[in-house]
Design a protein around this ligand. Sequence first.
Ligand SMILES: NC(=O)c1ccc[n+]([C@@H]2O[C@H](COP(=O)([O-])OP(=O)(O)OC[C@H]3O[C@@H](n4cnc5c(N)ncnc54)[C@H](OP(=O)(O)O)[C@@H]3O)[C@@H](O)[C@H]2O)c1
Length: 249
Amino acid sequence: MNRFEGKTALITGGTAGIGLATARLFIHEGARVIVTGRNAETMKAAQAELGENAIVVRSDATSLPDMDALAAKVKETFGKLDVLFVNAGYGQFVPFEAMTEAIYDEMLNLNAKGPYFIVQKLVPFMSEGSSVIFTTSLANMKAVPALSAYGAAKAALRSMTRSLASELLPRGIRVNAVNPGPIGETDILQKVGMPEEAKDQVYVQMAQSVPMKRLGTPGEIAKAVAFLAIDATFTTGFELPVDGGWSQL
Ligand SMILES: NC(=O)c1ccc[n+]([C@@H]2O[C@H](COP(=O)([O-])OP(=O)(O)OC[C@H]3O[C@@H](n4cnc5c(N)ncnc54)[C@H](OP(=O)(O)O)[C@@H]3O)[C@@H](O)[C@H]2O)c1
């Protein structure tokens, strides 16, 4: 299938995990893609893997000046944007009583404020038929201990999915979200400083809570993103759970 032939896409947080798997799929189906990240080593590895149809750009998803620079890059390289996958994010595991203002602000900035403004910065390059996809999280509908600030930020993102879908509808731009359950093969737990042993334990526990009794893969999320981006032409304001049944059963 070449659903993305002639299409351009921007994927924030596209150098690892879900974003990288999505970049791989989009490129495989014909897209040219800009992916963002911050870590130099991961960026280099992603560029080597994704090849000439990808441009890996250093851009902090919480920085509005970085977003302006990214918009300039999209204008200069592609001139237009068909798919904006707003995916960069993570959750710090902090019990409620230990939460600090700094971590709370970081969670809200990265997972809600940043996604809101990047759409505002990029939408001038998007035309009728293009689409935005946010990555939310199961933590926005289920209580996950120690993820209260992250869950609240992802709930805000679910709300923005509806609001922006409504505001961008007259321009023919669809806005949807993918809501992953626990996904293996990502860097998300290392990133928040979880030791290897604790990480394995968390994964085992999470898999037990999933009705399908396993973790999802980044590739399974990527397929859902491609569906929302290209095939779901009569769908907007929707959040698609890809979670082994956890939110529904
Ligand atoms: N993995 C799961 O189980 C799971 C479940 C539900 C939702 N999610 C959501 O899925 C999305 C992707 O997570 P993942 O599991 O694929 O994580 P991952 O493997 O850690 O990848 C995260 C990506 O985001 C980038 N990133 C993180 N903070 C950034 C920042 N401030 N600015 C720019 N880039 C940043 C990372 O690059 P750098 O490291 O270079 O910054 C990396 O490319 C996140 O929004 C996460 O909240 C994940």
